[in-house]
Design a binder for this molecule. Structure first.
Ligand SMILES: [Zn+2]
Length: 311
């Protein structure tokens, strides 16, 4: 079995603080001079899943480090999270508030796994800012019924990545996307999407991490990208998508994901290639992201950058 899923692990507060702080170094931030950053660690009885914050230039597509660790635990078929620890760094003198959105994401995860999540936030010095033994009980106006998903009952923890072999790369991409599809995590969808990315000689994959409000869903392409980036493989060169909803059609990437990947491409300066597979294996659509999404939105220069460019 993988070292990542070794025997049941217990950690001291100091160990968890250190792991979450290390996770914040993996964050994908809009600017180097950011004043806010977080890192999270999600602990299950099988292992540990870590993630930094994933910021988007649009802000709309930001992914909190807590949701990212949850989505990554699901992509590894290890969804029963007992504990999430976050380290937050913020500007001195500003007030820190616990995000109700993160609390809701945690409550909704418990709703679908039946596993209670202990949630703790530390500041960067290790002082406890917030702690609860059950994130689903924080808000008494939001107490959804616990209905664990059927599909997770048979799940056995797996890796969400593997090395590329010398075999057909496109076939490996498709097969990895199919593996990602198995981890589509939703309470109400009968169909599934899966994606895989190639980065640094490895394939990373994941499925949709859906939310009850349908507003904070993570699409499978985003989960696969998170898997790579939070493993330190930032140079994503290929993304592939498949869905059992599109048997003899192509499940094209949505506009949000095109923007999401165009921001990755802008930062890494590595051109991304897109593969869209029909489920029956008969159609493959292949294109460059720049052709697929020629006019991505960008925020222009920041005030500071503009001042520098004027000099
Ligand atoms: Zn999408």
């Amino acid at each position: 079995m993988l070292a990542d899923f070794a025997a049941k692990q217990t950690f001291s507060n100091l160990e968890m603080f250190k792991k979450a702080k290390a996770a914040s170094k993996l964050s994908w931030l809009k600017r180097d001079t950011t004043k806010f950053n977080t890192g999270s660690v999600a602990i299950t009885k099988n292992g540990v899943h870590i993630s930094g914050l994933m910021e988007s230039r649009t802000n709309l597509l930001d992914i909190t480090s807590e949701q990212a660790t949850i989505a990554l635990s699901v992509s590894k078929k290890d969804p029963h999270i007992n504990e999430i620890v976050t380290v937050v760094e913020y500007e001195p003198g500003t007030e820190f508030l616990v995000s109700p959105i993160v609390i809701k994401i945690l409550a909704d995860h418990t709703r679908r796994t039946g596993t209670v999540i202990n949630y703790t936030i530390f500041d960067k010095e290790g002082e406890t800012l917030f702690t609860t033994s059950d994130a689903s009980k924080v808000y008494n106006i939001y107490v959804p019924p616990i209905l664990p998903l059927d599909k997770i009952k048979d799940w056995v923890p797996q890796a969400n990545s593997h090395k590329i072999t010398s075999e057909d790369k496109v076939l490996q991409l498709r097969n990895a996307a199919l593996k990602g599809m198995e981890t589509h995590f939703s309470a109400d969808s009968k169909t599934s999407y899966g994606s895989a990315v190639i980065a640094n000689g490895k394939l990373y994959f994941g499925g949709v991490y859906s939310s009850f409000d349908h507003r904070m869903n993570l699409h499978s392409e985003m989960v696969a990208a998170l898997a790579a980036i939070m493993d330190g493989s930032r140079d994503i060169e290929t993304v592939g998508i498949i869905s059992n909803k599109f048997i003899d059609e192509l499940p094209h990437m949505c506009g949000c994901c095109r923007q999401f990947f165009s921001e990755i491409q802008e930062k890494t300066k590595r051109e991304i290639e897109v593969f869209v597979f029909s489920f029956d294996g008969k159609q493959v659509f292949r294109t460059k992201l720049n052709e697929y999404f020629p006019s991505s939105w960008h925020s222009g220069l920041s005030f500071d950058e503009r001042q520098i460019s004027k000099k």
